[in-house]
Design a protein around this ligand. Sequence first.
Ligand code: DER
Length: 229
Amino acid sequence: DPVTHMKHEVAKAAASRVQSGMVVGLGSGSTAALMIQYLGDRVRNGELTNIQAVPTSFQSSVLANEYGIPLTTLNEVDRIDIAIDGADEVDPQRNLIKGGGACHTREKLVDARAEQFIVVVDSSKLVEALGTTFLLPVEVLPEAYIQVGKALEKLGGKPELRMAVKKAGPVVTDQGNLVLDVKFDRIDQPAELEKAINNIPGVLENGLFVGLTDLVLVGEVDGDRVSVR
Ligand code: DER
């Protein structure tokens, strides 16, 4: 289907930008998963040598192991040359909402540290303003989710606890925390809202990625074209 085709095109385009010797941040989600697969192909066919990858989730670690991409950790590298990750929304200033896969805490650590942070999306993720098509994910300490929810309401949000599908009860993140998905009508000041939310006691991280994106690769509906923003 066209969306899957777009995801493949941008994932391949992003993976082709990785050069031998690089330290690469591996994003999470379905588009990043395809990128990891293309990267693995390039490692396996000998095109790419001595790269090291920093994962952003259990998902990206498992995929890297599956495709033979050598893994390292944030504390062992002195730089990240390029990070490639998906997004749930991209606004005209290239600010993002991420966290659809509940991986945004480690994603922001890696994406913010990278010399070049490349976002890979299909065109359905492009929005005029953040918050218009996607709830804002907030990772919270389990013992604080009710009081954090109340603080988010004071900021104008409507929080709901993210429930799991293949596990009874709420989604548990790779860090052992819970996720509140918060409805904001339209986020016109993402930088301010990101700071206000992360200042609430009990919040680990929220899905607003402001001023971090260097390049957005967009899979266009007309098939093979990948546009750059
Ligand atoms: O959870 C995440 O942040 C993912 O990167 C998400 O934002 C995009 O996932 P998708 O590529 O499966 O739509």
